[in-house]
Design a binder for this molecule. Structure first.
Ligand SMILES: Nc1ncnc2c1ncn2[C@@H]1O[C@H](COP(=O)(O)OP(=O)(O)OP(=O)(O)O)[C@@H](O)[C@H]1O
Length: 266
């Protein structure tokens, strides 16, 4: 469904952030992207929706070469890619509902969105999504009244109201406590499963990635250094990606019972 072919990015500064990255993400697959700071994870995610222009190579989504699109077609294509950010990127003075509805901006006309006159179907869907992410009672609260975990749930609902085919998720749990981080990862993975949505999740926490996703890709200095299942993530693999350390405590013995024992999101 998503294909990256020899994707490379060299910034004007000469930094080779990505070098010949080739990988395919099938429909419905949730993939975690790990790697040390500066390995190119954010660059890769941003090259997919061309917030960063790749220097060479291509990004194919549902058979369309995203890298070849003009600006109008790119705008339409971006509707298919929901983005979830580390710092949530909410409009603080707007309500939870308004923030969720802003995910429809790519669909409704300028004046309609300017006057915040969203179609009733969008409003109904926003209520459904808020219910699903556990925030229905908060629909009228201002974003700046929410906790980090609640903000990220709004960010998730805003990405989903776009009705995307792919979720691009940049460090969704970096600002959250360990329990909330698990809840957010679980929610993202459950929603992807419910909607047969593919996701690329950029994440520093290797154990958290192992706990929830089915595939982990490791980047090192802009190149693919690992592509496999969570159970294949050994200490040697981590040493290759991050360098020499005692990785024993980081690596999690993954088994299905563990994942099932987690309590569901309230
Ligand atoms: N706008 C930019 N201009 C120049 N160089 C950049 C720019 N953005 C990133 N880089 C460089 O590209 C490389 C990859 O950066 P990137 O942010 O993609 O890594 P990352 O793996 O996401 O790091 P982190 O985990 O710290 O967010 C780094 O060497 C970085 O300095």
């Amino acid at each position: 469904m998503l294909e990256l072919k020899n994707l490379s990015k060299t910034y004007r500064t000469g930094d080779k952030a990505l070098q010949n990255v080739t990988l395919t993400v099938p429909k419905g697959q949730v993939m975690a992207l790990i790697g040390p700071s500066g390995a190119g994870k954010s660059t890769l995610i941003r090259c997919i929706n061309r917030l960063v222009e790749p220097t060479s190579g291509s990004v194919i989504l549902d058979g369309t070469d995203v890298t070849a699109l003009g600006s109008g077609a790119l705008r339409k294509m971006r509707r298919k890619m929901g983005m979830i950010f580390q710092q949530y990127a909410l409009v603080e003075r707007l309500t939870v509902m308004e923030n969720v509805l802003s995910g429809r901006l790519g669909y409704v006309g300028f004046w309609r969105s300017y006057f915040r006159k969203y179609p009733q179907a969008d409003v109904d869907e926003a209520f459904r999504l808020l219910d699903r992410v556990g925030l229905l009672a908060m629909a009228d609260k201002r974003a700046d009244e929410l906790s980090g975990g609640q903000r990220q749930r709004v960010g998730i609902a805003r990405a989903l109201i776009q009705n995307p085919r792919l979720l691009l998720v940049d460090e969704p749990t970096a600002s959250l406590d360990p329990k909330t981080s698990r809840q957010i990862m679980r929610l993202i993975c459950e929603l992807c499963a419910e909607r047969d949505l593919a996701a690329v999740i950029n994440i520093h926490d290797v154990a958290l990635a192992q706990m929830f996703v089915e595939r982990i890709v490791g980047l090192k200095a802009g190149e693919l250094a690992f592509d496999g299942k969570p159970v294949e993530m050994t200490e040697d693999v981590l040493t290759n990606i991050y360098g020499e350390e005692d990785w024993h405590a980081t690596i999690r013995e993954v088994d299905d019972e563990d994942a099932e024992a987690e309590e569901p999101v309230a």
